[in-house]
Design a protein around this ligand. Structure first.
Ligand code: MG
Length: 390
């Protein structure tokens, strides 16, 4: 990482042998997409970026193909098969590293994708003084002891800590501790294994970002679907005698009208392009090519409805639209309420979400000379709650 002090050399074990089906779906959660990458890839990239020279990934044998695909192209990653319990899996990872043993090892759960470099640095620094180190956070809520649904007492939260991973160890100490533990009951984590063999474990500051992905809602807002997106559109059509003048889906009486392949509604074209732009779906010409005879004289409302449908299919709802018409004539003001109502109807919006403005260019340029009308639009879309978008 640029600018950060170099870290002592270390290897890593990432435990990804769990079935992890609690979040739903038939793919274990560590291989599912999270913010644009497989869950497991996030932390393994963080470990590789921090300088891990060997990264042993412990997987269920049947997950080999998924794991290799999820981690393709990351140097230093090898795979070993996990055991019946988490502890067996960690032991398998440690044994895989035992030949040419590293000085330090970080043991991490694949279900914690957001692994800050600062935590890795704190853990490795603590190993200068302790054989083990773990990231912890304070308990902020008060605690109750549950006896069959009835509060049986309280626990003192001040001395309690929430424990995260990765957990860091001097390699010979944790390997020996795991070998000693053989045959005993399952440990909650590797720090418990080390303390059972009388190794002391330093507590370093953890990070809320390191939280474990557990529930389906953790997957609900991937990074390639930000909560808001914005798009802009711009269009111009020529004013010619003998044409109808359609603006904002409304037929406006005027001595000339806009020329174009469709009804040349410059306002609806700008809004359509803004909607398409907000969801990255190209422009009006890619969906309704002027070369296609079926759009000759077509009403432009259907273009806008199609664009709004694409936004909904992508999981977004239209928040608002702001349109500016640029012309000397006709006067837009008298037609504004009808245009606003029609745009709102086409987009499935309340009229309050539709703004229609007009300006002249002080008789300058092609709009000033009355040769044509220009329109520009901005549209904001927001991520729709799951199941409501389409
Ligand atoms: Mg156009």
């Amino acid at each position: 990482m640029a600018g950060a002090a170099p870290l002592p050399p270390f290897a890593a074990i990432v435990v990804a042998a769990g079935k992890g089906l609690r979040v739903g779906g038939d793919v274990p959660k560590q291989f599912r997409d999270f913010k644009g990458k497989p869950v497991i890839r996030w932390s393994i990239e963080a470990l590789a970026d921090a300088g891990a020279d060997r990264i042993v990934t412990v997987i269920a044998p049947e997950s080999r193909a998924e794991a290799e695909a999820a981690l393709s192209g990351i140097a230093g990653v090898t795979f070993v098969s996990g055991g019946a319990t988490r502890q067996d899996s960690v032991r398998a990872g440690l044994e895989a590293l035992a030949k040419g043993a590293p000085a330090h090892v970080l043991i991490h759960d694949a279900a914690r994708p957001d692994l800050p470099h600062t935590v890795i640095a704190r853990l490795l620094a603590a190993l200068a003084d302790y054989p083990g180190a773990i990231p912890v956070l304070p308990v902020v809520d008060s605690l109750a002891v549950d006896a069959n649904g009835v509060m049986a007492g309280k626990a003192e939260r001040e001395s309690l800590r929430r424990v995260q991973t990765p957990q860091a160890f001097r390699f010979p100490a944790i390997l020996a501790a795991h070998r000693e533990w053989q045959g005993a009951t399952d440990a909650g984590d590797d720090a418990q294994v080390l303390t059972a063999s009388k190794g002391s474990v330093a507590l370093v500051q953890g990070d809320e970002r390191l939280k474990k992905i557990t529930f389906a809602e953790d997957f609900a807002t991937p990074m390639d679907q930000p909560a808001f997106r914005i798009g802009q559109g711009f269009d111009v059509h020529r004013l010619e005698p003998g044409e109808e003048l359609w603006l904002g889906g409304v037929l406006i009486p005027h001595d000339r009208g806009l020329a174009g392949h469709s009804d040349a509604d410059v306002a609806l074209h700008a809004i359509t392009d803004a909607v398409l732009g907000a969801v990255g779906e190209g422009d009006i010409g890619t969906h309704f090519p002027p070369s296609d005879p079926q759009w000759r004289g077509a009403r432009s409302g259907q273009f806008l409805e199609h664009a709004v449908g694409l936004a909904r299919a992508a999981g977004y709802a239209i928040a608002n639209v702001d349109l500016t018409l640029i012309c000397e004539a006709p006067k837009i003001g008298p037609h504004r309420p009808a245009m606003r109502a029609e745009v709102a109807r086409l987009m499935g919006l309340a009229e309050g979400a539709v703004s229609i403005k007009a300006t002249t260019t002080e008789r300058l340029g092609f709009t000033g000379r009355g040769e044509g009308i220009a329109a520009q639009a901005i549209v904001l879309v927001t991520l729709a709650p799951k199941g409501t978008a389409s």
